[in-house]
Design a protein around this ligand. Structure first.
Ligand SMILES: *[C@@H]1O[C@H](CO)[C@@H](O)[C@H](O)[C@H]1NC(C)=O
Ligand SMILES: *[C@@H]1O[C@H](CO)[C@@H](O)[C@H](O)[C@H]1NC(C)=O
Length: 414
């Protein structure tokens, strides 16, 4: 037999059976997707992912920052690792990171807004991956670029977190580095949960080709001409409450070329915020709709201003029967529906509050869709096509982000 054909057959055999001993024949085993388990910190409401870094590989907890430009970690509290290498100025990596002459980075804690300078470095990163046969394994990235940061930048992060994991639209953010080193598409999906969520990066066998993926609705991610938007903006054109359109200031809803206005998605904001004038219109309409459903308003419970008695309000699989909120996107056909599970926060057995907050008068971004509204929604970010796919509540389809995580990481259930 022709030796190249023999090799091809061997490859095919290895692909079909995924025998680990085949690996030496094909050193660059290409994973299809990597998965990161996600938890929620109850006191800060931040979402945390765990990655393994260094030699030896030690797990490190990081706060997930969807719009963050890169990964930063407190290197002093990171263990001593033989694979940690500082990046020198003038190197290719340094220019790729768009760092300054000395190759210094500017890591920022985007929760407290504190920023410092830090050293660009590379390190071995290890993450779980799944392939077509759904078997779990480990994918290793040998020179993953990140920034070191001083310990003071950790202030305001969940206890145990050693830095932030940026997933933004930059070459240095995790999805792009994984895509280029592991040779898969620049796309990832987040499925946040109040308990066990998941991030999947690459082409996922569960998301691609499932009923859930077929039901995803797509909307463009907004870019400016020079592609400098690092965060994920979408074109929200209006909001409906129980089917009634609110009259909102169009110029606030549009994103200008300096990045002012518009609507973005964020995992570091626990509840959706709206610029004050939008918030005012939104909450007035919401209270009116709630009244017409005979909901009883009760006193505020910080940080929430609009609270209701939950007595007599029926419960469905998508939460309490409360006014439905539709985020209307590029056309009337494209809407992100928010049910009780994602709009109402249970503060006690009798009281529930509207989980949307006032973002302040003239806030830079008019609407920031936050964590609580994202939970149990599958949201896929495709950086190649600049499209965002969303499921609206998975609970409506009888599934959840915790169930997704079990599908990916069945070993965790043992
Ligand atoms: C809409 O918002 C813009 C920007 O804040 C403001 O200048 C304008 O006066 C607002 N328009 C209305 C009708 O309120
Ligand atoms: C609200 O209460 C009024 C008076 O009790 C009743 O007529 C109406 O049907 C109720 N509406 C809803 C939506 O339950």
């Amino acid at each position: 037999m022709d030796s190249s054909l023999q090799y091809l057959l061997l490859l095919l055999f290895c692909f079909t059976l995924h025998i680990t001993s085949c690996v030496p024949h094909r050193p660059n085993v290409v994973p299809n997707a990597i998965v990161l388990p996600v938890t929620k910190d109850a006191s800060t409401l931040q979402y945390l992912a765990q990655i393994k870094m260094g030699t030896p590989q030690i797990p490190i907890k990081l706060v997930i920052d969807l719009g963050g430009p890169f990964l930063w970690v407190d290197c002093a509290s990171k263990h001593v690792s033989s694979s940690h290498k500082p990046i020198h100025s003038g190197s290719l990596h340094c220019s790729m990171a768009k760092a300054n002459k000395k190759c210094a980075m500017h890591p920022r804690n985007r929760i407290t807004q504190l920023a410092t300078t830090g050293e660009l470095a590379e390190e071995i990163l290890a993450v779980d991956y799944v392939d077509r046969t759904e078997m779990g394994s480990i994918a290793t990235v040998h020179s993953f670029l990140f920034s070191c940061a001083p310990v003071l930048l950790l202030k305001g992060l969940a206890s145990g977190a050693k830095g932030m994991l940026g997933l933004g639209r930059t070459r240095l953010a995790l999805p792009s580095q994984l895509a280029s080193t592991l040779d898969f598409q620049r796309r990832f999906a987040i499925c946040l949960s109040s308990f066990d969520g998941i991030i999947v990066s690459g082409e996922s066998p569960f998301i691609t080709g499932t009923d859930i993926s077929k039901s995803l609705v797509y909307t463009p991610l907004i870019s400016n001409l020079d592609g400098t938007f690092e965060e994920y903006y979408i074109n929200l054109r209006s909001i409906k409450i129980n089917g009634k359109r609110l009259s909102l200031n169009k110029s606030l809803l549009s994103l200008d070329r300096y990045g002012v206005g518009g609507t973005k998605i964020s995992t570091i904001v626990p509840y959706t915020t709206m610029e004050s004038t939008i918030y005012d219109t939104f909450t007035k309409a919401y209270v009116k709709a709630a009244n017409s459903m005979n909901m009883t308003r009760v006193g505020p419970v910080a940080p929430f201003r609009f609270c209701f008695s939950s007595k007599g309000v029926s419960e469905t699989r998508v939460g309490r029967t409360v006014p439905e909120i539709d985020l209307m996107l590029q056309s009337e056909m494209v809407k992100w529906r928010i049910y009780g599970r994602n709009s109402m926060v249970k503060v006690s057995d009798e009281v529930m509050c509207l989980g949307f907050l006032d973002g302040g008068l003239g806030s830079k971004t008019s609407i920031v869709i936050g964590g609580y509204q994202l939970e149990d929604n599958l949201v896929e970010f495709n950086l190649g096509t600049s499209m965002l796919g969303f499921s609206s509540s998975l609970l409506m389809k009888g599934t959840s982000c915790s169930k997704f995580r079990l599908n990916y990481m069945p070993s965790e259930a043992l």
